[in-house]
Design a protein around this ligand. Structure first.
Ligand SMILES: C[C@](O)(CO)[C@H](O)COP(=O)(O)OP(=O)(O)OC[C@H]1O[C@@H](n2ccc(N)nc2=O)[C@H](O)[C@@H]1O
Ligand SMILES: Nc1ncnc2c1ncn2[C@@H]1O[C@H](COP(=O)(O)OP(=O)(O)OP(=O)(O)O)[C@@H](O)[C@H]1O
Length: 288
């Protein structure tokens, strides 16, 4: 069998409204999630045993191989299919920063579940794979489907949104990891509001979406920035860029995004920011 490959795209929370901690240890949330055209790259081919090789600029940021969500996902798929540990040689080209609010681990798991299904010829549709992904991470199902969706519940109750048009954007990570669990705990120390899904924008053109997003928020932004001041620096530097129409943190950070009117404006701004902060991860992209 030939090797097969997929992009595991970065996830962005355009807004994130978080409610108070529930008895199950999770927070109810309301979010609109979209996906970038940048991400990790997963490659899979049939082999005698199961193996994972990690390459790319952020390979060193990942700890023990057995903790990798890629192996956990493939083992869970083998168990669900009743075939034991699948024989697959997997390569993860880690292009996304780790613990970055971009759902990288969940997106890797989603991509490898689809690749392993196809390589092994297993009769699982995407909904069945999303159930396996849900057991791995709250962001698992959204990153498995990897298309624009309203997320509610603990992030796993999805309503796909076909109206949203492509949004030119810049992704900026200031090089500090942000622990999701620690950010939610810092959030708990404040006084949580409600995780209500807002009425959608009056129109899905980019200008209306940006105006509507400006009155939404990411409730994890302040607690994450209190833990990692570099997030505030990234927000300020990104908001200052010519053409940046809206700047916000994604997920539990530390990555922030800015929306632009055109892909060209995002690219120009990205070059300017990379020159100012050569140690930051800066990527122009299109969110959809
Ligand atoms: C911040 C977001 O990325 C927004 O999409 C997600 O809510 C986080 O999703 P995730 O990283 O997939 O989260 P998990 O790996 O399942 O959980 C990590 C930790 O985050 C907290 N967590 C996560 C999701 C949620 N709705 N409420 C939570 O309180 C829990 O303490 C959990 O132990
Ligand atoms: N393939 C993987 N890629 C990234 N992180 C992984 C992977 N497998 C396991 N992990 C672990 O998961 C943790 C979260 O990493 P990830 O990059 O998915 O965070 P994130 O982008 O903040 O996710 P989210 O937006 O869902 O909160 C890391 O601390 C890392 O050790």
């Amino acid at each position: 069998m030939e090797a097969i490959a997929r992009l595991a795209p970065a996830k962005v929370n355009l807004f994130l409204h978080v409610g108070p901690l529930e008895a199950d240890g999770y927070h109810p949330l309301a979010s609109l999630v979209v996906f970038a055209d940048v991400g990790d790259r997963l490659t899979v081919e049939a082999a005698d045993g199961l193996s994972l090789a990690v390459t790319g600029p952020f390979a060193d940021a990942l700890q023990a191989e057995d903790d990798n969500l890629v192996l956990k996902a493939v083992r869970a798929l083998g168990a669900a299919a009743g075939i034991g540990e699948p024989g697959l040689r997997i390569t993860l080209d880690k292009q996304l920063p780790v613990a970055a609010g971009l759902g990288g681990g969940s997106s890797d798991a989603g991509a490898v579940l689809k690749l392993a299904r196809d390589a092994l010829g297993l009769p699982f549709d995407d909904a069945a794979l999303a159930e396996i992904a849900a057991a791995l991470a709250a962001d698992g199902p959204m990153c498995l489907h990897a298309r624009a969706a309203w997320a509610e519940g603990r992030g796993d109750v999805l309503t796909f949104e076909a109206g949203l048009l492509a949004l030119p954007a810049l992704l900026v990570n200031p090089g500090v990891p942000s622990s999701t669990g620690a950010v939610y705990r810092a959030f708990d120390a404040g006084s949580p509001g409600e995780a209500r899904r807002p009425a959608p924008p009056s129109d899905w053109d980019a200008a209306s979406v940006i105006d509507w997003l400006a009155i939404q928020r990411n409730d994890l932004e302040a607690p994450a920035a209190a833990l990692a001041p570099a997030i505030g620096e990234a927000l300020a530097a990104t908001a200052d860029l010519p053409g940046a129409r809206l700047t916000r943190m994604s997920g539990s950070g530390a990555t922030v995004f800015a929306l632009f009117d055109t892909a060209r404006a995002a690219e120009v701004a990205g070059r300017a920011l990379a020159a100012l902060h050569p140690d930051w991860w800066v990527r122009p992209t299109v969110l959809r």
